[in-house]
Ligand binder design. Structure first.
Ligand SMILES: Nc1ncnc2c1ncn2[C@@H]1O[C@H](COP(=O)(O)OP(=O)(O)OP(=O)(O)O)[C@@H](O)[C@H]1O
Ligand SMILES: [Mg+2]
Length: 306
């Protein structure tokens, strides 16, 4: 479905700085924009399960009939391709260097999803420049067959790229585990995004929860702290149980939703996929790649320039 979008999302407190680019691409100042939903998955702490959340959210959403693209935004240490057992011919590096079109780099994955792979071991794109961000945005805008859902697997930490991808998404999904250090690191991430970049809306997903009660309790404790010290809205998305089937699937380089669809975690990922779809189902909701680079570009640029 296509929709003509002319405004920035209300998530941003600043004007849409990408409007000039869009207008430049259209002789009439308006171009048809795909109604894509962009979800960034981040965490602060490493190893909490972001990549597993992204690939399984993607597979579950595809099984529910959505057209899904996974972007590996861990541009220096990407591993989505390894987790899914695919061997990409090209990576995002080829797009950013102008060697390949984005559509040629997209690699097919399970359940009909596509993957925009990253390189592993390269430092070149660990801090995207403003020009590279614009290049990426332009590549997405020119995709001939855009997805309905773009899931972005962010790197761990609070790097400029993590801030950038969190800011350009419609939804910032923060993954935590019962490990207290994952909570402190997630707090540090939402603090930076809310206080320095005015991002006001976050969704919290508890991974590796022993049970639903533990998930709710972690959310309650976390939101007590954010309510007290930060100005933001935090929504509880739910929890993914600690599940050995996840590790078994990882070992076989498959998504658990694909390999063990009846596993407890797979069921939870299907519930998550339904929730994510629900967020975009309001008739007034406006998706689009126009979010790929508005206020966020200037914000992360200032981080990179110190
Ligand atoms: N719900 C779960 N139950 C059991 N094990 C899990 C679960 N989620 C993730 N894991 C395990 O945790 C490990 C780390 O997961 P993953 O690679 O997705 O984390 P990450 O946050 O992407 O890490 P990084 O920050 O390094 O990118 C994997 O080996 C995976 O098998
Ligand atoms: Mg990862």
């Amino acid at each position: 479905m296509r929709d003509v979008v002319v405004t920035a999302d209300s998530k941003y407190s600043r004007p849409d700085q990408a409007s000039g680019l869009r207008q430049a691409m259209s002789p009439h100042g308006l171009i048809p924009m795909p109604k894509v939903q962009v979800v960034a998955v981040s965490s602060g702490k490493g190893g909490v399960g972001k990549t597993n959340v992204v690939v399984n959210l993607a597979v579950a959403s595809a099984r529910q009939g959505r057209k899904v693209l996974v972007m590996d935004a861990d541009l220096a240490l990407g591993n989505v391709d390894i987790v899914l057992g695919v061997t990409p011919k090209y990576t995002i590096e080829d797009v950013l260097s102008g060697q390949q079109r984005l559509s040629q780099v997209l690699t097919p994955g399970p359940a009909g999803i596509h993957i925009l792979p990253a390189t592993s071991g390269g430092q070149q794109f660990s801090h995207l420049t403003y020009e590279q961000q614009l290049h990426l945005q332009s590549a997405f805008l020119q995709l001939p067959d855009p997805p309905e859902l773009l899931c972005i697997d962010c790197a761990a930490g609070i790097s400029a790229n993590v801030l950038y991808f969190s800011l350009v998404a419609h939804e910032t999904l923060v993954v935590v585990t019962p490990d207290p250090s994952s909570l402190t690191d997630a707090y540090a991430l939402v603090k930076v995004l809310s206080t320095r970049y005015h991002l006001r809306s976050f969704r919290l997903l508890i991974n590796r929860a022993k049970n639903v009660q533990e998930g709710k309790e972690i959310f309650r404790k976390f939101s007590l702290v954010t309510d007290r010290f930060l100005t933001l809205t935090l929504d509880y998305v739910g929890c993914i149980p600690l599940d050995d089937y996840v590790n078994m699937a990882v070992t076989q380089q498959r998504a658990v939703c694909d390999l063990y669809p009846r596993a407890p975690s797979s069921r939870a990922f299907h519930t998550l996929a339904s929730s994510v779809h629900q967020w975009a189902s309001d008739p007034s909701w406006r998706g689009g790649f126009q979010l790929f680079g508005p206020a966020a570009m200037a914000a992360t640029q200032s981080v990179m320039e110190g």
